[in-house]
Design a binder for this molecule. Structure first.
Ligand code: FUB
Length: 363
């Protein structure tokens, strides 16, 4: 229909609805460069964001990851930030003979994850036959070094233990670095599995590892091809705290060394994470208590974890595996994320395991 109007010409009588959609304040802020991502001042931690002096709800952070955060049966996750992306490296949780590769997962915001299939596997390391477990990754000199346990050796006559692979990118492809294990024997009773590679404040790298209720620390040489004996001539120092079973992890916060590990049996509901605080990488580590365990209304068997501090914030995340309610298969483990908090004295508060996961946290 057309209608004459007083301007002297005809226009279609069309109602044009113009909707101007403004992005959320968080996006405005990022694009204008007006504010930083949430910082240790607490901006953003409260769910609001400041723009030109006014507070707006930070809608982008209302989105949550949910738990589990990745699809499939996976366990023993190690979380990192590499090249401005979150990365998770888990064990592929299946029967030992099927555990012959690693997948990795990357994300920009902790909510949406991209799968990087088969970043490393037995096709890249002929001595790896089965039970490829618990990847631990560090970056050094433009290389990403992936430390792994393989073959689940039961004695010093079997081939296997802790190996190293490396790649130029966090998503691989990783190639076997040594052509043989780095640690292939039991020392101080520790099965050579569940390694965590830790960079100390002076730049030294240590490997902290061990199953069968024993934990050792050894110093890595400069190119990660071997271990450096300590001043007393020993290469493997036992630092086993009370209750330790496996799954070592360490981080530094405000000058204190937080040493964490898994307790209980990984096949059952009581698997858990406990910790100690020390003054150096060698401890001594006196157990403080459990901070992660099952909640019979959410999931069972919560353990074998890693921790991530979001740079520039007071946010700490714990990434761990657990077993969905009703699942009895020991390999039916899923990777989850929840917040980790400290009290005013620096002790870790018990983690509340959730189905909702964490808020979106864009890098
Ligand atoms: O995933 C295999 C093994 O299960 C790990 O190495 C143990 O720590 C336990 O989580």
């Amino acid at each position: 229909m057309k209608r004459a109007i007083s301007l002297g010409f005809e226009v279609p009588l069309t109602i044009v609805l113009v909707v101007i959609t403004l992005p959320s304040p968080a996006f405005v802020a990022v694009e204008l460069g007006a504010v930083q991502e949430p910082t240790s001042t607490g901006v953003g931690d409260s769910g609001s964001i400041e723009i030109f002096g006014a507070q707006f709800p930070d809608k982008s952070r209302e989105v949550r990851s949910g738990n589990p955060i990745i699809t499939g049966w996976y366990a023993d996750p190690e979380v990192h930030i590499f090249r401005n992306e979150y990365w998770i490296y888990p064990t592929y949780s299946a029967r030992y003979d099927e555990q012959v590769f690693f997948d990795a997962f990357s994300s920009k915001d902790l909510v949406t994850w991209e799968k990087h299939p088969r970043i490393f596997g037995n096709v890249d390391a002929p001595w790896v036959k089965r039970a490829l477990w618990a990847p631990s990754i560090v970056e050094k000199g433009g290389w990403y070094y992936l430390f792994f346990g393989a073959n689940d050796i039961q004695n010093n006559q079997q081939l296997g233990g802790i190996g190293v692979a490396r790649a130029r990118r966090p998503g691989g492809p990783f190639k076997d670095y040594l052509g043989k294990p780095l640690i292939d024997k039991f020392h101080n009773g520790a099965q050579p599995i569940d390694q965590f590679v830790f960079k100390d404040r002076d730049g030294s790298f240590y490997i902290i590892y061990g199953g069968w209720r024993h934990c050792n620390i050894a110093k890595l040489n400069a190119d990660f091809t071997g271990l450096v004996p300590f001043a007393d001539g020993s290469t493997f120092k036992e630092i086993t705290p009370k209750g330790y079973v496996e799954g070592a992890f360490m981080f530094i916060k405000e000058g204190k060394y937080y040493f964490m590990w898994s307790e209980g049996g990984w096949t059952g509901p009581d698997y858990a994470v406990a910790y100690a605080i020390g003054t150096s990488v060698f401890g001594p580590f006196e157990r403080v208590g459990k901070i992660l365990q099952q909640n019979p209304s959410v999931a069972t068997g919560a353990g074998h974890h890693s921790v991530l501090h979001r740079p520039g914030s007071q946010r700490w995340y714990i990434v761990y595996h657990r077993r969905p309610l009703g699942e009895a298969d020991r390999n039916h483990r899923v990777v989850c994320i929840d917040e980790m908090h400290f009290d005013e004295k620096g002790f870790i508060e018990p983690v509340v395991i959730t189905k909702e996961g964490v808020r979106r946290d864009r890098l």
